[in-house]
Write a protein that binds this ligand. Structure first.
Ligand code: KDG
Length: 338
């Protein structure tokens, strides 16, 4: 990385000395375009983060790399956009880790319910060797994981009843992300889960195909889910990271200066996004109540009961996720919790 730093510091000078002759941020005069798509809407901190990424990249490359931003699933859902990156027909997407586990199974480690006690522990584990190692595994899938961003702690909403205990999940038709561990965990809680892309969720709730869903408060509020949902509980059952993904084909086609710029920009914009996201998640529970939703707090005893119910599922999935990854993550959580 020192080498990359030196090249970046030299700027245009490396043009004359570099064997390739195009080692500067502005490239060889050809403009490259990054089409970046997300599922959430333009009010969400995820989109604000993406705008920050655009600003940094366009400025640092002097416009040699342009970033076009697409929200609300305009380019597809998490899964189809990730596939488009593999094919090289799209350059950037920022999915939740849950659907990404369909590409690299180890990412499902973050779908272990009640894994992280708080955001600080999540931060430490994601920055640790095991967290960063997971990003490296994406390369074999023709993807480059440039940084973790944040979706956040997920909380349950539904249109049927106030959920306070594990019992209350019984029979609720819950939309889950497209991830087998999510699906089985909700079954273990007695719910009737259906996996579905985020882009189909609002309509499914509106039409009653599902009774509920789970997402952080920021998403519930900014996507206006309160229009079709009546109850919210602070289940905090999963902390979902986002992964800032780039097509490997596109990344490999950038010169070293540009690779450093997009990598740093993804990290820098991520810090901004995470800050905004935490402010939003703190602020919007109150807004949901103002919009008429009932709020039910999960007591520590009730949460303990939920932990017990999903335990067998975690054991069943350990080998599918990768036992080594699971053990390493548990260890990292333990160390971060000390
Ligand atoms: O832009 C991200 C969304 O596409 C998605 O990951 C949001 O958490 C999400 C969900 O429930 O699908």
């Amino acid at each position: 990385s020192l080498m990359i730093f030196v090249l970046a510091a030299c700027g245009g000078d490396s043009n004359s000395s570099g064997a390739e002759g195009n080692e500067s941020a502005s490239g060889d005069g050809e403009t490259k375009t990054i089409r970046a798509g997300i599922g959430l809407n333009d009010q969400h901190p995820q989109y604000k983060g993406l705008l920050k990424f655009k600003e940094i990249v366009e400025e640092k490359t002097d416009g040699a790399i342009k970033v076009e931003t697409y929200h609300s699933g305009q380019l597809g859902d998490d899964r189809t956009m990730t596939e488009a990156l593999q094919l090289g027909t799209q350059e950037v997407t920022i999915p939740s880790t849950a659907p990404l586990a369909n590409f690299v199974p180890e990412f499902s480690v973050f779908d272990i319910p009640f894994l992280f006690p708080n955001e600080e522990v999540a931060d430490e584990v994601l920055a640790s060797d095991v967290g960063q190692g997971l990003l490296e595994k994406l390369e074999s899938q023709n993807l480059v994981g440039l940084a973790y961003w944040e979706n956040g702690f997920r909380d349950l909403t539904n249109s049927k009843r106030a959920v306070a205990t594990a019992e209350d999940f019984k029979g609720l038709k819950i939309r889950t992300m497209e991830n087998d561990l999510h699906l089985e965990a909700f079954k273990a809680l007695g719910a009737n889960p259906t996996p579905m892309a985020f882009t189909e969720l609002f309509t499914a709730m509106q039409q009653g195909t599902v009774d509920g869903q789970e997402n952080p408060y920021a998403t519930i509020y900014l996507q206006k889910f309160y229009e079709v949902q009546d109850h919210v509980s602070n289940t905090h059952h999963i902390y979902s990271p986002f992964v800032f993904l780039m097509s490997k084909e596109f990344f490999d086609g950038l010169n070293e200066d540009q690779q450093k710029i997009v990598t740093d920009a993804a990290k820098e914009a991520g810090k901004h996004q995470i800050k905004l996201n935490r402010e939003a998640n703190e602020k919007y529970l109150k807004s949901l109540q103002e919009e008429g939703m009932t709020y039910t707090e999960i007591t520590p005893e009730a949460r303990e009961e939920m932990v017990k119910k999903v335990q067998p599922v975690i054991e069943d999935f350990k080998d599918d996720i990768g036992a080594e990854t699971v053990d390493k993550v548990y260890k990292a959580v333990e160390e971060a919790t000390k």
